[in-house]
Write a protein that binds this ligand. Structure first.
Ligand code: MRU
Length: 364
């Protein structure tokens, strides 16, 4: 990700002390780029739970580094298992969290406690590097779709719609849904992104629009309810979204509202692609609607909004009557039948078991 032309990663070990974990506090965006240093496992868990870091791949990497911080305090096996359980409980839907912790534990359980801290940092760094490389590969496989859309329009501007933030901010670099966009942009394709605001937390309006803007990609924020209308009027050439958990049959959980966009895309014959690294696939699940746990977040995220006043201050306002209850399911599941295809680091495939197994034969 470039921030005003400077390459930047969402998470890294502080180069000055070599152990604290530096993150961009995403709750301060788009107003302030605030770097927070995590020094304890509790701080890492807090950052995930309160969404200073968010997005499926990034919470996995943060949990991996959180375990490193826990081991610095106590490298004994019992403390390590407790810390991993605490991190795993921070958010339920994105499977990357469980995947990253299981990979860390698989390595660390076989490591002497004296060596665990060094080995943990090594493994967490590997997970982070792999994520960046996987997202870059997703970009290569996905950019072709945008190139083909441009060719079909005789070189005319391609309009891509995306939901939530499946951008570099949600990963270590590049993003999943945004990687094809950044790659196509770099290749000189004329493109424009419709950014769903993504109520209730506005990840589209405050994060995706911010990072596309810093990268110089043309974009327009739209209310979540606008997508169907835009599709009916030919203003969307393709939709690309991310995912928090994809079943082996291709059902995809993503930010609440994704399913409605897929329905509208289906009704209007707009290609609807889901971009994901393989760390987002839950090979144990077949039925996403029955099997994927959907996080229920605080009602206050629906009833209240935070914004900046003209004089630069941040305020929180209530947008509902004080006695109106609110519900806040944070994700929904788009059934595979509504998905044109999946874009993974190994290539594109149909959103079904046969398609995924073609790319990942080791999961047969
Ligand atoms: O609640 P969030 O902001 O963590 O939800 C994030 C999303 O739903 C993203 O679209 C998903 O994690 C894909 S990230 C590459």
């Amino acid at each position: 990700m470039n921030i005003d032309g400077v390459p930047f990663r969402t998470i890294q070990v502080d180069p000055d002390d070599g152990w604290r974990v530096a993150i961009i506090d995403q709750t301060a965006l788009p107003w302030t780029v605030s770097i927070v240093h995590l020094a304890t496992v509790e701080a890492a868990a807090h950052a995930i739970r309160h969404m200073q870091v968010r997005g499926a791949p990034l919470i996995g990497v943060t949990a991996a580094y959180g375990l490193c911080l826990a081991l610095r305090a106590d490298p004994a096996s019992e403390a390590m298992e407790q810390a991993a359980a605490m991190l795993a409980a921070t958010r339920p839907t994105a499977v990357n969290l469980r995947w990253a912790l299981e990979r860390m534990l698989a390595r660390l359980r076989n490591t002497r406690s004296d060596d665990r801290v060094a080995v943990a940092y090594e493994e967490a760094a590997r997970i982070a590097e792999e994520d960046a490389a996987q997202c870059e590969a997703i970009g290569r496989h996905g950019a072709a779709l945008i190139e083909w859309a441009a060719a079909a329009k005789g070189g005319g501007r391609v309009n891509v719609l995306t939901h939530c933030n499946a951008g570099a901010l949600a990963c270590v670099d590049w993003g999943t849904a945004t990687a094809p966009i950044y790659m196509a942009h770099a290749r000189g394709i004329d493109l424009h992104v419709w950014v769903d605001e993504t109520r209730p937390r506005n990840q589209g309006a405050s994060l995706t629009a911010w990072e596309l803007g810093r990268h110089g990609v043309a974009h327009t924020i739209v209310a979540d309810n606008a997508g169907g209308h835009l599709m009916q009027h030919g203003a969307v050439d393709l939709a690309i979204v991310g995912a928090d958990r994809v079943t082996r049959t291709g059902d995809a959980a993503n930010k609440i509202g994704t399913y409605l966009k897929a329905l509208a895309a289906h009704d209007n014959a707009v290609p609807f692609w889901v971009a994901l690294p393989s760390t987002t696939i839950d090979w144990t699940l077949r039925d996403g609607i029955a099997g994927i746990p959907i996080e229920e977040r605080a009602a206050a995220e629906v009833t209240h909004l935070t914004g900046r006043t003209d004089d630069g201050g941040l305020v929180q306002v209530q947008v509902t009557a004080p006695d109106s209850p609110a519900a806040n399911p944070a994700f929904d599941v788009t059934p595979a039948r509504l998905i044109t295809g999946l874009i993974t680091e190994r290539g594109r495939c149909a959103a079904n078991e046969a398609g995924l197994l073609t790319l990942f034969p080791e999961q047969r």
